[in-house]
Design a protein around this ligand. Structure first.
Ligand code: NAD
Ligand code: UD1
Length: 336
């Protein structure tokens, strides 16, 4: 089977390419490199000893899809390409809606013309808004609080409508919790531009000495130690979840939605403690005011993915921190 991976040189995409190639799939990557480097794909080839096809192209470019679909017989698309910074999405909503939503509509139109009607989409736990209870199940009410989250929910709805109108389409929506860590080779990992927003990339930049301390955004939440609790999942576990989803597509499942998380919640202080253990030094931090828009607790009920995809997360928090530290210390400046 040949899979088109949009956004395939990014953080989750590159890890998924490794798992696809190791599972015997042929891979075609399309990425405009706006938030990644082609070097990640060289590393994917180095890890797997296998080749893949790469197109530097934008998902809003119809001709690029025409070229790819005429040069390859694609069986399914895994759609990672998108902009993902919450704060930036509030400042640049037009760019986010155009890139993520319009880009996906253009892609689906070109997929339809080429007769490619299988898609796995990168959604996010952000579509649950502020959940009333945890663990979060797939049938919980959906809402969003920022343009980034809105693009995820809109794309979920668009893909659902496409399936409703044409039952030949198989649509699998994967709602990720908080992906962290890196491939255990230390060759690929997350390489954020500028100062990271997410906790783990920030912690690892403090540990390597590029930032002075971690701001812990609030210690007055209703949680075990007052700091925010999240469901951190190893990026390799997440990547394997995509392989299971692609396998599911072969059953013509229609439209499905799955949480990909571990079901365990860790607080910010627990993460800092675990990361300090992994890197062998204390990571300094200061308690700071709450970050606007943050929720207190978020973790998944991932039992549906276990039941229907035969998938469950294998790696614990220790390995997530160790693998992230290996990537960070071997590549202090990312792919540069
Ligand atoms: P990433 O930025 O590393 O990867 C996204 C890739 O898409 C990048 O390589 C970027 O260059 C590419 N891209 C962006 N716009 C494009 C366009 N118009 N045309 C072609 N390529 C384009 O991010 P990631 O963390 O790997 O996330 C992958 C997907 O998963 C995204 O859709 C993101 O919203 C979603 N997601 C990520 C997280 C997370 O915490 N990392 C959580 C939930 C969902
Ligand atoms: C963020 C996004 C969310 C997205 C998710 C995964 C926001 C408001 N939300 O969520 O839409 O789906 O990433 O990409 O940006 N923290 C600190 N100090 C830091 C950074 C984070 O204390 O420097 C805390 C946060 O308050 C939170 C936890 O660490 O409690 C995790 O934060 P983060 O990694 O940004 O992920 P989310 O808040 O889950």
């Amino acid at each position: 089977m040949k899979i088109l991976v949009t956004g395939g040189s990014g953080y989750i995409g590159s890890h998924t390419c490794v798992e696809l190639l190791n599972s015997g799939y042929e891979v075609v990557v399309m990425d405009n490199l706006c938030n990644s480097s082609e070097e990640s794909l060289n590393r994917v080839k180095q890890i797997t000893g296998k080749d893949l096809a790469f197109y530097k192209a934008d998902i809003t470019d119809r001709d690029a899809f025409k070229k790819i679909f005429s040069e390859h017989k694609i069986d399914a698309v895994i759609h990672f390409a998108g902009l993902k910074a919450v704060g930036e999405s509030c400042e640049k909503p037009i760019e986010y809606y155009f890139n993520n939503v319009a880009g996906t509509v253009i892609m689906c139109d070109e997929m339809r013309k080429a007769g490619v009607k299988n898609i796995v989409f990168s959604s996010s736990a952000t579509v649950y808004g502020k959940p009333k209870t945890v663990p979060i199940k797939e049938d919980f009410p959906l809402s969003t609080t920022n343009p980034y989250g809105a693009t995820k929910l809109m794309i979920e709805n668009i893909l659902t409508d496409i399936h409703t109108a044409d039952k030949e389409w198989n649509v699998i929506l994967l709602r990720y919790f908080n992906p962290i860590g890196a491939h255990e080779s230390g060759l690929i990992g997350e390489d954020p531009n500028g100062i990271p927003n997410n906790l783990l990339p920030y912690v690892s930049k403090v540990a390597i000495g590029q930032l002075p301390f971690v701001n812990v955004w609030g210690n007055d939440y209703e949680t075990k130690d007052g700091t925010g609790v999240r469901d951190y999942i190893h990026v390799v576990d997440l990547a394997v979840g995509h392989i299971r989803a692609v396998e599911k597509l072969k059953e013509n499942p229609g439209r499905k939605v799955y949480n990909l998380g571990t079901g365990n919640g860790y607080s910010v202080l627990e993460i800092i403690e675990n990361f300090s253990k992994a890197c062998g030094k204390d990571v300094p931090y200061k308690i700071a005011p709450r970050r606007p828009g943050d929720i207190d607790v978020c973790y998944a009920d991932a039992s549906l993915a276990k039941e229907e995809l035969g998938w469950e997360a294998k790696f614990g928090i220790d390995k997530m921190c160790e693998d992230l530290w290996r990537w960070q210390s071997k590549n202090p400046n990312g792919y540069k």
